[in-house]
Design a protein around this ligand. Structure first.
Ligand SMILES: Cc1cc2nc3c(=O)[nH]c(=O)nc-3n(C[C@H](O)[C@H](O)[C@H](O)COP(=O)(O)OP(=O)(O)OC[C@H]3O[C@@H](n4cnc5c(N)ncnc54)[C@H](O)[C@@H]3O)c2cc1C
Length: 263
């Protein structure tokens, strides 16, 4: 059970950062993950008065505040158009609408969860995590860092021209995924992010491909095999390493073909 002694709704981010430096204090997002643990917390730090619950779109980028919910990601028209529906596809099976109405982007990035559909989708885009202390950090670097006592303020996605598709394998809708996969083409290179291996998402680039956006079924099949051969897979209650490797090559192939069709 989660036990909280004191609750503070902060009025600025510096106050939140200072409070968060104490080991027994925590930032709270939607609290879905936190409430699963058994923990005694001194001060729960709530960022919900800081106006960080919006998605701002400009010509060049999206700025997604850390208190934005997964449901907002799912329903944002600009993100939907930019990703060809891939972000919506990535979050639509996360538990249910009521859950997504409160689960936050900050909590989803901070956890760097192996099973994360959210991390997988954003790894396949030109994404940056804005941390209060560390500043602007590329998503790959952020994902490789251990969770610390910094605060995620917002996420920035640069609007590089993008073709993208998202696919995941689940035993049942709304269950944790067996494998997550986002494939995209931007800056002249194919990107494949695969997560829930069960380790967190990693990206393999198709730099060897000289076909550009125009991919054939054969290119996609080979890219699927290439990506699967360059990643490590593990076993858990949801599937074996061998099964995941096979699924990965198939999902990468299908997602690449789908992204190619969206041009
Ligand atoms: C039963 C269940 C099923 C799930 N299934 C899936 C799934 O299928 N796919 C998927 O992608 N995800 C899934 N998730 C994860 C979920 O989508 C959220 O990512 C998760 O609940 C964390 O979001 P939250 O807002 O609840 O964060 P919280 O539980 O409030 O916080 C999680 C952690 O993040 C920290 N934190 C929160 N905000 C910030 C911030 N701004 N800066 C720094 N640290 C911060 C907290 O201190 C805490 O350590 C599941 C979660 C649960 C509980």
């Amino acid at each position: 059970m989660l036990r909280i002694k004191k609750y503070v709704k902060v009025s600025d981010i510096d106050e939140a950062y200072e409070l968060n430096q104490k080991k027994r204090n925590i930032i709270i997002g939607g609290m879905h993950w936190l409430k699963m643990g058994d923990r005694q917390v001194n001060t729960a730090i709530d960022l919900s008065d800081l106006g960080l619950d919006t998605i701002e779109e400009t010509e060049d980028f999206f700025e997604i505040g850390c208190m934005t919910t997964l449901r907002q990601l799912e329903q944002h028209g600009g993100l939907d158009r930019y990703t060809g529906g891939a972000v919506k596809e990535a979050v639509k099976n996360i538990v249910g609408v009521q859950f997504r109405n409160t689960a936050t982007v900050g909590g989803s990035f901070y956890g760097r969860y192996g099973f994360s559909d959210v991390l997988t989708a954003f790894m396949a885009m030109d994404t940056y995590v804005v941390c209060h202390n560390a500043g602007i950090v590329n998503i790959k670097e952020f994902s490789a860092r251990k969770p610390d006592r910094d605060i995620i303020v917002k996420i920035i996605v640069k609007k590089t021209k993008l073709d993208m598709a998202y696919m995941a394998q689940r035993h049942a809708r709304t269950d944790f995924p067996v494998l997550t996969c986002a494939v995209s083409f931007w800056a002249g290179v194919w990107h494949a992010a695969v997560g829930a291996r069960p380790a967190k998402a990693e990206v393999v680039l198709g730099e060897y491909l000289d076909c550009g956006r125009d991919i054939s079924e054969e290119d996609a099949e080979k890219f699927g095999e290439y990506v699967a051969s360059r990643m490590s897979f593990g076993s858990n209650m949801r599937g074996s390493a061998e099964y995941r490797k096979k699924i990965a090559s198939v999902l990468v192939k299908r997602a690449m073909l789908e992204a190619g069709r969206k041009r």
